[in-house]
Ligand binder design. Structure first.
Ligand code: NDP
Length: 291
């Protein structure tokens, strides 16, 4: 299993397992299947409402806690120094863990960047106290990273952003790389082009299906290989055992430089997720329950 070393020396499996939109009542089974398949990195979030079930699956797997890398996110409604320290207690309590491997801010809050900075300061405290092993951000544009680093003392280890062949965010990837921040792809196989899209989904793209056919692999496997070969972390989601296995079976083939270039060339510049600049407490805020 390919590992990535974060800028603070902590290692993490490059390929993780996502649980956005996985209902709580199927999350334990989905994560249990992923762990049986070999995944050792799970990505959840306070806002997904399924941290408790992720923790349950990790415990039920019987794997030593240190063998599973758990990543979760603080929701914007819990930003602020004290609020974010408490958000850690809520997430750790639901997960049933003492330590969270990677704790990240889910979004920048451009209209209340003061709260974003205070939330990040809380992450720095949690890191200093050994409650989390690494800290990071998600959906941060280069200007958000620049504003954060004017005040922060610890560089985020990672920036989790929307990246799939139809939306590759080269400026964000460059800004991350220049600072030594790992880019992690959400919707890595372009799920959002299928469950939210109106046009062709990445799964049906003729260029991607042609590369898949050439390798005897599937479009999802080709997209995951593209991330891994370009040094990104990827966290595909599925609730179906056959796809959970398919998305993990990506370590036995290599895309050519030309194929990587073809995939890069599919970028449309159109994001599927919300515009990061438009995230406000008024439109996206919601209460995160206590543990
Ligand atoms: P993905 O790119 O992982 O695609 C998931 C979708 O594709 C689901 O609808 C799934 O359906 C389907 N699917 C999964 N595997 C296959 C396959 N092999 N062939 C065809 N279809 C497949 O998208 P997500 O948006 O879920 O992103 C992955 C993870 O990233 C999330 O679960 C979450 O952890 C994180 N994320 C973070 C965000 C952020 O703001 N930080 C935003 C969005 C996601 P089914 O389950 O039925 O198989």
């Amino acid at each position: 299993m390919q590992q990535l070393t974060l800028n603070n020396g902590v290692t993490m499996p490059a390929l993780g397992f996502g649980v956005f939109q996985t209902p709580p009542d199927v999350t334990t089974d989905a994560v249990a299947t992923a762990l049986e398949t070999g995944y050792r990195h799970i990505d959840t979030a306070a806002a997904y409402g399924n941290e408790r079930e992720v923790g349950e699956a990790v415990r039920r797997s019987g794997l030593p806690r240190e063998e599973v890398f758990i990543e979760t996110k603080v929701w914007i409604s819990d930003y602020g120094y004290d609020q974010t320290l408490h958000a850690f207690d809520k997430s750790a309590g639901k997960l049933g863990v003492e330590t969270i491997d990677l704790f990240i801010l889910h979004q920048a809050l451009p209209s209340r960047f003061d709260l974003t900075l205070e939330a990040y300061r809380a992450l720095e405290t949690l890191l200093g106290d050994g409650r989390v092993r690494a800290i990071g951000v998600s959906n941060f544009m280069p200007e958000h990273l620049a504003a954060l680093m004017k005040q922060a003392t610890v560089l985020p280890t990672l920036n989790q952003v929307e990246i799939h062949p139809y939306f590759t965010q080269p400026a964000v990837q460059s800004a991350d790389t220049e600072r030594g921040i790992l880019t992690q792809a959400w919707s890595p196989i372009g799920g959002i082009t299928s469950y939210r899209g109106t046009g062709t989904s990445t799964f049906e793209d003729p260029a991607i299906t042609a590369i898949a056919a050439a390798h005897g692999k599937t479009p999802a496997q080709v997209m995951l290989r593209w991330h891994l070969q370009q040094g990104r972390s990827a966290i595909p989601k599925s609730v179906r055992p056959e796809r959970i296995a398919e998305n993990f079976d990506v370590f036995d083939f290599t895309l050519t430089p030309g194929e990587l270039e073809t995939l890069d060339g599919l970028d449309t510049g159109t994001r599927g997720g919300p515009e990061p600049a438009a995230i406000t407490l008024e439109s996206f805020g919601r209460d995160i329950p206590e543990a």
